[in-house]
Design a protein around this ligand. Sequence first.
Ligand code: SAM
Length: 173
Amino acid sequence: KVCILRLGHRPERDQRVTTHVGLTARALGADGMYLAADDAGVVGSIGDVVERWGGAFFVEHRVPWKKCIRDWKEKGGIVAHLTMYGLEVGEVVSDIRQRTEDLLIIVGAEKVPGDVYGMVDYNVSVTNQPHSEISSLAVFLDRLFEGREIEHRFDGAKIRVEPCGAGKRVIEL
Ligand code: SAM
């Protein structure tokens, strides 16, 4: 399993970005997202996408983040925190891939609590430049899955896009 732990979400201003973290995670092959905040709106909007577009991606909110990390590690999983201060993704991703199939990926919002850096197995950077949780997660997942996630088909979908060079072709299943 590959899951995301989203930290620092502020319901009044991060709803859109957190929803996009979840949608990116789902589209690029992750299994679910734990949200360390109280926001049923995010759970609902990603749930609506899953309902129509298929797959089994889950979102759990009101998750106590320290417990989430500890439980994950206790069950033998590995935890990677995406941060511009970490080791370069290219240096560590094959090590992570070989060590586990159960990976928890932490992404922050504004400022991640200092404790996180010491609690995780890896602090990983996607360049050492400041950018975004959405872009860092997308690049990291693509490297983790070595590009294979792009071909993933979602079971139980009600609709699917038929790729075409111009216009839009959507198939109702
Ligand atoms: N300034 C904040 C800090 O120092 O904790 C981070 C703000 S950034 C908008 C939000 C999140 O994007 C970070 O917590 C991290 O997960 C991710 N992020 C941003 N740039 C990154 C990078 N170069 N590599 C990996 N993750 C990055």
